[in-house]
Each structure stands twice: as structure tokens, then as C-alpha cells.
Write a protein that binds this ligand. Structure first.
Ligand code: SIN
Length: 555
């Protein structure tokens, strides 16, 4: 049996936001304004609850609007929920929770139709039938899309318009979530916020509520190059960990095989080159123009995403190059079907209609997150999580393409139903917490992302992970007294980077998107989730939990 996971020490991850000077009250506080957050808001409104949606920058600035490929759902009469479940579980390599997958594939079609009823317009054929395409790991065509390759933008537009039309939703933009507010019974009773241009000297405000739903998206900015927007700094997972919640499967960071390669110094958000292009026939080639996927997997370029990302990384290492090539020249009607990608490539001086496109893997999606039950409840009373910030169990060790918007739709519906049941009236406030403040200096951010990209990326080793853990612990010493969004973001990034690194070091196997060169095979011993929590001293603790055993949620 592999030894139990070791705690990781030395990190002062014991923050607590200052006392708020500005307050807003609502039944439900939703943090984040992508597909998950806005759907939860609409469901809560349908239950007659008042809602505050708080978002770090502007309502459309999260990951949702960048989604290209689409939403997977069983809509073709020849397709079945069982086939969708099987594809999801094959991609998840033994770590998916079957009950969560069942909910996803059976409730998905109805939730998609609900999204259409809220105003989202998907691409259809001349008879009005929804057009379906295929992406990696799917055994059939089941991906709906909008505007060709602008699915997320259409979903975001429709949901934003629906929420804006409802006076029962208060939207607070430019409000970065800091910490959880609890009542005297220990239940989530709101959040503290850093609000630009509002409130007390530090701009610290709060929403007081009867339940809190985190829908803050992902953490791709913990790496130097990612497909995620700048707001994806792991704020929800970091807040949850500080509040005592359990996070799980954090080591399974998905690298998208094909981001547009913009040169060795490219940093931050990189343009995505959708897998749907390969679904429509685009091929991967090495520097000599040869295809390399047919020898790797029976589905070749449409193998699950982790398989393709690993194969590309191997070719890059073998040939000592920074990228491979995507050949989309034979895709029918390329510029009409994929207008966003073609425009972005052309802006970079590459015309995919006539040229090969340079591509390389980039951090794309957190398959793990705050552990929830099937109604989105975390282990902290009153605190829910939805979308990429959550780990519902549907993705396992590697998310299947186009299951993420779907997960947001389905579990937002489940959270809505839970909220519609009676919410408690909060007990009086808990006494002020006296834990120290310890924001991390923003100057730590560059070394932090460089460390994660060099040592905790697609290809990992025990030695590299130990080195990364040491570097991150040293960065945690660089604290600052200067309050503000950059310091909080850096602190959140360091919190999630430390937790990812600890889990990746502990998991001594290769599974899904966790690839250890010193442990190249998956083993039955490791068919477990690694639950992460911070102890009272802010030290990361890891616990193994067998697959199929739900995380303990007892409220
Ligand atoms: C893509 O369009 O390739 C990304 C879709 C996804 O991440 O599910």
C-alpha cells in the first residue's frame, strides 16, 4: 500500500479579511457571474429568494464567455445517457462518482432546453434541428454550439440578459470576494469583499445572506500560460480552504492540447484553438509534417484530452521544440464554422485556411475543487459550490470535453432546488476572529507561476514537486501589509498552488491529467480521491477517500 499522504508545512495560510464597512443583505449571495453563478441566481429567483451576485470585475469577464466548443448533451435519438456516462467515465479514468455522472447525463438535456428557454440561441440546420458536433473522447456527435465557435459568449449573453431583467437580483461588480462570514452557529452567513470605489478606507464590504454559493470558476492563472481569463485565480477554492472546507482532486489540472502558440515569452491568457476543429477533421502534425496521434490512440486526434496533451508534450520533448502544428486546411467552411478562431489566428499573422497553426498545451481546467454532495453542498454549513470551483465528482481524473458548461447547468438546478427548501434565518454574528492577517506580496506572483509551469504542469516528478513545494513555502514568507485585490489574488494563488503541489506530490501514479514520469502507471491503490484541508495552523493536510464514498456533508 502506498504510504499515507504527508502534510505540507510552513505556510501561513491563515488570513481573515478586515471587518466590513459596507453591507448589502440578500437571501442568497452568489459569488461569480458565469454560467454556474447566473443559473443559480435564476433558480433562486424562481424560488422567490432575493439574490446578490458579486463578481470580481465585470459580469461577463469570467471563463464562460471564452468557451468555444460547446455543451455536451444527449439530444440525438441514436445517442443514450449510458453512452454519455461511459465516455465521461473513460475520460475520468476510474475517479468519477457514478451518481454524479448519472445526474449530469440524465438531467443535461432538460437543463439545456431550459437554457434555450432563457434565451440562448444555438446553431441549427435549415429544418431547425440543433446541430451537433464531436470532440475528443466522445463516441458520437453530441456537442451543441453557438455562433460556430462562440458558444460561451452566447450562453453568457443570454444569462446576463435574463438576470439583468430581474429586479430581484442585485449585481455588484468590481467586488473581489475575500472571506466567508459566519453566524454564531458556524453557518455561512455572507462574504467579505474588496469593493473598488465603495465603503470604508480599504474598500472592504460584505454581503449578509442566508446561504452562500461560490461560482468563482477556475485557477488557471496559477500557471504562466493558460486558456483562462485573468480573473481565474482560484479565489473560491482558497476561500473555502480558509473556511475549513474540504477540496478534492486538486492534482488533476487539465491541460488543453491546443492553445495557439504565441512564442516562448507568452504569459497569461492564451487563445484557445477548440477541440471541435479536430472534431471537424483537423489533424496534428510534427515538425516534419507527420501525424503522430494514429500510433498513440485508436481515436487519434479525437482521443481524450489528456492523451492528446501528453502525446504533444512527448513530441515537443523528443524534437526539442515549443509547439506542434494543427492542420485545419481541409476543414470544410473553416472560416464560417470557426470565425472566432480564424480571426484570432489571423490577428497573430497566421491564416488557418492556408497555413498550419502552431499549437501547444496550456492549463485549461481544474477537474478538482471544493468537494460537494449531489446538491452542491460543501462540507461547511450554508456554503455551496457550483461550476469549476466545485468538485461534484463528474470529472474524475480528467474532464470530458464540453462537460463543464453542462455541469454548471445541471448542478445549478440542483442547488436551486436545495435553496428553495427552507433556508434558516442566520443566528447572530459570530464574535470577531482574531487570526492574523498575512497577505502575500504581489511580487511573489511571477516566481509562483513560473514554479508551477516548470514543476507542476503537464509532466511532473517527485523531485520537481519537492522543489516546487520548497519554492512556494519560501514565497509564503513574503508577506505584505498592503491590502487590495492584487495581494488577495496572489495569496489565493499561493493557497491553491500549495494545495495542488501537495496533492500532486502525494499521488504516486499517473492517472488522467496527472502525469508522473517517476510513476508512469495507474495503480489500484491510488483509485482514491485525495481530500485537502487546512488545519488550524494553516497547514495543508491530505486524506485518502475511496471512490464512491461521498465526502461527509452533515448539515
Ligand atoms: C474546446 O472547445 O476545445 C474546449 C471545450 C472544453 O473545454 O470543454
Amino acid at each position: 500500500m502506498t504510504p499515507a499522504a504527508e502534510p505540507v508545512t510552513g505556510l501561513p495560510l491563515r488570513l481573515r479579511a478586515p471587518v466590513p464597512g459596507w453591507e448589502l443583505t440578500a437571501d442568497v449571495c452568489v459569488v461569480g457571474s458565469g454560467v454556474a453563478g447566473l443559473c443559480v441566481a435564476l433558480h433562486a429567483r424562481a424560488a422567490g429568494l432575493s439574490v446578490a451576485v458579486v463578481t470580481k470585475v465585470e459580469v461577463d469577464d469570467g471563463s464562460t464567455r471564452w468557451a468555444q466548443g460547446g455543451i455536451a448533451a444527449v439530444l440525438d435519438p441514436a445517442d443514450t445517457p449510458a453512452a454519455h456516462a461511459q465516455d465521461t467515465e473513460v475520460a475520468g479514468v476510474g475517479l468519477c462518482d457514478p451518481a454524479a455522472v448519472q445526474a449530469l447525463v440524465t438531467e443535461g438535456p432538460e437543463r439545456l432546453h431550459q437554457l434555450i428557454s432563457w434565451g440562448a440561441a444555438f446553431d441549427r440546420d435549415p429544418t431547425g434541428r440543433l446541430l451537433l458536433t464531436r470532440e475528443g473522447g466522445h463516441s458520437t456527435d453530441r456537442i451543441v454550439h453557438a455562433g460556430g465557435d462562440a458558444t460561451g459568449a452566447e450562453v453568457q449573453r443570454a444569462l446576463r440578459d435574463a438576470v439583468a431583467a430581474d429586479p430581484g437580483v442585485t449585481l455588484v461588480e468590481h467586488a473581489m470576494v475575500l472571506d466567508l462570514v459566519r453566524d454564531a452557529a458556524g453557518r455561512a452567513a455572507g462574504v467579505t469583499l474588496h469593493v473598488l470605489g465603495e465603503g470604508s478606507a480599504d474598500g472592504v464590504g460584505a454581503v449578509r445572506s442566508r446561504a452562500v454559493v461560490l461560482a468563482t470558476g477556475g485557477m488557471g492563472q496559477v500557471y504562466a500560460a493558460t486558456t483562462n481569463p485573468g480573473v481565474s485565480t482560484g479565489d473560491g477554492v482558497a476561500l473555502g480552504l480558509r473556511a475549513g472546507a474540504v477540496a478534492t482532486d486538486l492534482e488533476f489540472v487539465q491541460f488543453h492540447p491546443t492553445s495557439l502558440y504565441l512564442g516562448p515569452d507568452a504569459r497569461g491568457q492564451q487563445p484557445l484553438v477548440s477541440e471541435a476543429l479536430r472534431g471537424e477533421g483537423a489533424l496534428l502534425r510534427d515538425g516534419a509534417g507527420e501525424r503522430f496521434m494514429p500510433g498513440v490512440h485508436p481515436l487519434a486526434e479525437l482521443a481524450p484530452r489528456d492523451v492528446v496533451a501528453k502525446a504533444i508534450t512527448r513530441v515537443q520533448l523528443r524534437d526539442g521544440v515549443d509547439h506542434v502544428w494543427l492542420d485545419a486546411r481541409a476543414v470544410p467552411g473553416l472560416a464560417d464554422r470557426f470565425p472566432t478562431i480564424v480571426a484570432r489566428c489571423r490577428a497573430a499573422g497566421i491564416d488557418p485556411v492556408t497555413d498550419l497553426v502552431p499549437v501547444t498545451p496550456a492549463a485549461h481546467y481544474a477537474s478538482g475543487g471544493l468537494a460537494t454532495d449531489l446538491t452542491g453542498r460543501t462540507t461547511v454549513p450554508g456554503l455551496y459550490a457550483c461550476g469549476e470551483v466545485a468538485c461534484t465528482g463528474v470529472h474524475g481524473a480528467n474532464r470530458l470535453a464540453s462537460n463543464s458548461l453542462l455541469e454548471g447547468l445541471v448542478f445549478a438546478g440542483r442547488i436551486g432546488a436545495a435553496l428553495a427548501r427552507e433556508l434558516p434565518v442566520p443566528a447572530p454574528d459570530a464574535p470577531a476572529d482574531d487570526r492574523p492577517e498575512g497577505l502575500v506580496d504581489v511580487a511573489a506572483r511571477g516566481p509562483l507561476t513560473a514554479t508551477m509551469s516548470a514543476r507542476v504542469a503537464a509532466l511532473r516528478s517527485g523531485a520537481g514537486l519537492a522543489e516546487a513545494a520548497g519554492r512556494l513555502a519560501a514565497l509564503a514568507e513574503r508577506t505584505t501589509a498592503v491590502p487590495g485585490v492584487p495581494g488577495w489574488e496572489t495569496t489565493d494563488l499561493l493557497t491553491v498552488a500549495t494545495a495542488i503541489t501537495a496533492a500532486a506530490a502525494a499521488r504516486q501514479e499517473t492517472r488522467g491529467c496527472h502525469w508522473r514520469e517517476d510513476h508512469p502507471d495507474a495503480t489500484d491503490d491510488w483509485r482514491v480521491h485525495l481530500d485537502v484541508r487546512l488545519d488550524a495552523d494553516g497547514v495543508v493536510q491530505l486524506t485518502r477517500r475511496p471512490v464512491g464514498t461521498p465526502v461527509a456533508v452533515d448539515w
